[in-house]
Design a protein around this ligand. Structure first.
Ligand SMILES: Cc1cc2nc3c(=O)[nH]c(=O)nc-3n(C[C@H](O)[C@H](O)[C@H](O)COP(=O)(O)OP(=O)(O)OC[C@H]3O[C@@H](n4cnc5c(N)ncnc54)[C@H](O)[C@@H]3O)c2cc1C
Length: 476
């Protein structure tokens, strides 16, 4: 009797769902664990069950997720929603929390598809109440139909424009869009024009969003720099420069966004090898062309592997699943290679387009690498730039030493909000490449746990899938 699953997939976004469908079609026993009540990931959050009166207003790309979700829910896969994975072992062990209990299972192959998170935006005052990321504004919108009237959106990147457009379509007032896309971004991006041509429909979509924002009469401030949030107890205004002109816009709600980066806590705590990607200005796990990591039985797909977007995540999920099926002996090499041809081609086209997008919307240095002493870097432990500089002066050369001396990165988010900033700051102070500086050493548990959860233990086996009454949650 088989007690281990063939494949355990962490994350039910486009990458995880597409991988699960592919793997299950071949008869593999597959379990998918996701911490949200419903599958869909970031982009397709609540797509089948939106709290909005007219979800069509969120756009075609969002609605497309319905078909994928339906295929996923109809595939013979063990789906466990509301499951927060907090430990993975290199022996295929998975530990997770579900309904206030600790559960464990094992799998011969693991696939991590835990998605992306928004890039930190460490400007003065970004920690003040009233300031949030634009992605969080979108989460509130998709999850609970909650919106904030009269907010300012600031930053750069396609997701920012999409969220502003979604707000406007719902009739929500937007006070201003402060666009930090730089002139040099436009100039450098011109050299990737060939890549841009491979993504013409996406460029058209982007231009339509910008036209929507303009038509709605939202004031747009272009080439904004030196952003700083004003206020004592909470945000009262956003200050910035456009060329030589300084602006001060009063607001109670500010949504910041400057792109997304891989969600790395899991790949890091497994000790996988990582490398710094200068194009996307982020750490990525080191993977082969099939998404296989430095531990053979652990693969990574989707935005967690490096930002590939929703379509790219689906392609990658399928390719990674095919390789895992091959490794399990369920298909042969020729079948794997043949079935991956179309996804590989599409992924390569998307990657050329991605180079153009990454260059155009590259967040400027001053909004990633703070220079003002009182700018908070670690929000959990409230450590600012000056305190980190003191730690460096006392001899902390690497992220872990700095963590030990200052507590920066020691809070509940485990460095998600400060890790990239600390790597880039130390590289600047040491006059070396980020690659040489490295990143925090992370360990499980990856999430906060309480003793009650730990004391209740439940073992799940492929031969004895979870009892509906205990673990079904939102499963359908
Ligand atoms: C806030 C936010 C909003 C976004 N909105 C859009 C959008 O509207 N349109 C768009 O084109 N792109 C959007 N993106 C980018 C987008 O996430 C993707 O390109 C796409 O969804 C990536 O797919 P994925 O399968 O790799 O990951 P995701 O879709 O992110 O799915 C990953 C899943 O893994 C789960 N997970 C993570 N950690 C754990 C854990 N420890 N245990 C269990 N489950 C876990 C997550 O909750 C999530 O459900 C957004 C990104 C962010 C961060």
């Amino acid at each position: 009797m088989q007690t281990s699953f063939d494949i355990a997939i962490i994350g039910a976004g486009p990458a995880g769902m597409s991988a699960a469908i592919t793997a299950a079609e071949t008869g593999a026993s597959v379990v998918v664990l996701d911490d949200k009540p419903k599958a869909g990931g970031q982009i397709y959050r609540n797509v089948a069950d939106s709290p909005l009166q007219d979800p069509n207003l969120l756009g075609e790309d969002y609605l497309q997720g319905k078909a994928l979700l339906e295929r996923f829910e109809n595939s013979p896969v063990e789906r466990i929603q509301g499951a927060t994975v907090w430990h993975l072992g290199d022996n295929g062990e998975v530990l997770f929390s579900k309904d206030q209990q600790t559960c464990s299972l094992t799998a011969r192959e693991l696939m991590l598809s835990c998605g992306a998170m928004e890039r930190p935006f460490p400007i003065p005052g970004w920690h003040l109440p009233g300031v949030m990321s634009a992605g969080s504004a979108q989460v509130m919108l998709k999850s609970d139909a909650l919106v904030m009237d009269g907010a300012i959106f600031a930053g750069t990147g396609p997701l920012l424009y999409l969220i502003v457009a979604q707000y406007l379509r719902l009739g929500v007032k937007v006070k201003a869009l402060v666009d930090t896309t730089s002139k040099s971004g436009y100039i450098q991006a011109a050299s990737h024009f060939g890549g841009a041509l491979s993504g013409l429909p996406m460029i058209q979509k982007g231009l339509t969003l910008l036209a929507e924002i303009k038509r709605a009469g939202v004031p747009v401030y272009r080439f904004a720099e030196s952003l700083s949030v004003q206020g004592e107890e909470k945000v009262t205004a956003l200050q910035f420069n456009c060329g030589k002109q300084q602006h001060l816009l009063e607001t109670e709600h500010l949504f910041l966004h400057q792109g997304v980066i891989p969600n790395l806590n899991m790949t890091r705590s497994l000790g996988l090898e990582h490398r710094w990607c200068e194009q996307q200005l982020c750490w990525k796990p080191d993977l082969n062309e099939w998404g296989q990591s430095s531990i053979d039985s652990i693969s990574v797909a989707g935005d967690c592997s490096g930002i590939v977007g929703a379509d790219g995540s689906q392609m990658m999920g399928k390719m990674v699943a095919l390789n895992q099926l091959y490794r399990l002996g369920l298909i042969d090499r020729e079948q794997r290679d043949q079935q991956a041809v179309s996804s590989r081609k599409q992924l390569s086209r998307l990657n050329s387009f991605r180079r153009f997008i990454d260059t155009l919307y590259r967040p400027i240095d001053q909004h990633r690498i703070p220079s003002q002493a009182d700018t908070v870097i670690c929000r959990c432990e409230e450590q600012n730039l000056e305190q980190l500089q003191q730690g460096f002066a006392q001899g902390a050369r690497g992220p872990n030493e700095l963590k030990g001396l200052t507590r920066c990165g020691m809070g509940p988010c485990q460095g998600r909000q400060c890790g990239h900033t600390v790597s880039e700051l130390l590289a600047q102070w040491r006059g070396e490449r980020v690659e040489e500086v490295g990143y925090y050493r992370l360990r499980s548990p990856m999430r906060l746990l309480n003793l009650t959860e730990l004391s209740r233990f439940n073992r799940i086996s492929a031969a004895n899938p979870p009892e509906k009454k205990v673990l079904a949650g939102e499963r359908r």
